[in-house]
Design a protein around this ligand. Sequence first.
Ligand SMILES: [Zn+2]
Length: 160
Amino acid sequence: MIRTGIGYDVHRLAQGRKLILGGVNIPFELGLLGHSDGDVLIHAIADALLGAMGKRDIGFFFPNSDPKWKDVSSLVFLEEIGQILFKEKWRIENIDSIVICERPKLSPFIEEMKQKVSSSLGIDLALVGIKATTNEKLGFIGRQEGIAAFASCLISKGID
Ligand SMILES: [Zn+2]
């Protein structure tokens, strides 16, 4: 059995917040608003994995009404989803993702993000794709009002 999943997320940029993307703290004058750390990339990956299993979204599993998740690292969500996949005998074949961000330049942080994501899920680094692009200064992303991310994944079970 093989399944694919898709995830999408957007968070607003604001002053007085740390910028955390892919679990990495990135030096920048703005950060993402959110109940947790606002890690838009991790949220998109989490939704792709949950969707592939046919489950509800990240907001259902980790509601922002629950103080337990306030300011928590979103990598915790990924660890929990990794446990669900493991318990239900799913294997992650690959994850691919893209962050759409006008500034700052993310390429120096991509490898570290891949390490954080793969270790949180307990999978090989080579199974995780993370790419970054700008929005060519267009729209809300181009105006640096927010950052968006897309993710897809393939999971399998019962295949050797
Ligand atoms: Zn989110």
